[in-house]
Design a protein around this ligand. Structure first.
Ligand code: FES
Length: 120
């Protein structure tokens, strides 16, 4: 299991920088990695920034493209999202992490064409 603690940004949803301390960081475990976020962080940005494969479009809770399965934990929303969600799904683009989460999401795979020499 890979430990990822690289995301410390404030995300796109906040105009003020958030200075996180160890006491307000929450664990987000994925299928092959683990990261920590604060309640102020944008979960979609944290997942993408740590190399996870998450589709997205609107970043506002409308399209449902970022719909992600939750294995355990819950999130909250400032506004109820318009996209339909099953009881085991969240929208990382607009949710707030309030407790440790386990998500059914994986790291992006780098295929051979992405790894190849760009100058060949
Ligand atoms: S990106 Fe559209 S609902 Fe999350």
């Amino acid at each position: 299991m890979k430990q990822v603690n690289i995301y410390t940004g404030s995300g796109l949803s906040s105009s003020r920088p958030h200075v996180a301390t160890d006491t307000d960081r929450l664990s987000v475990q994925t299928l092959d990695s683990q990261l920590s976020v604060s309640a102020e962080d944008n979960l979609l940005d944290a997942l993408i920034g740590s190399g996870h494969e998450v589709e997205y479009q609107c970043r506002g809770g409308y399209c449902g493209a970022c719909r992600t399965k939750v294995i355990s934990g819950t999130v909250e929303y400032d506004e109820p999202p318009l996209a339909h969600l099953d009881s085991d799904e969240i929208l990382p683009c607009c949710c707030k992490v309030k407790e440790p989460l386990k998500l059914s999401v994986s790291l992006r795979e780098i295929n051979e064409t992405q790894q190849g020499n760009l100058f060949e």
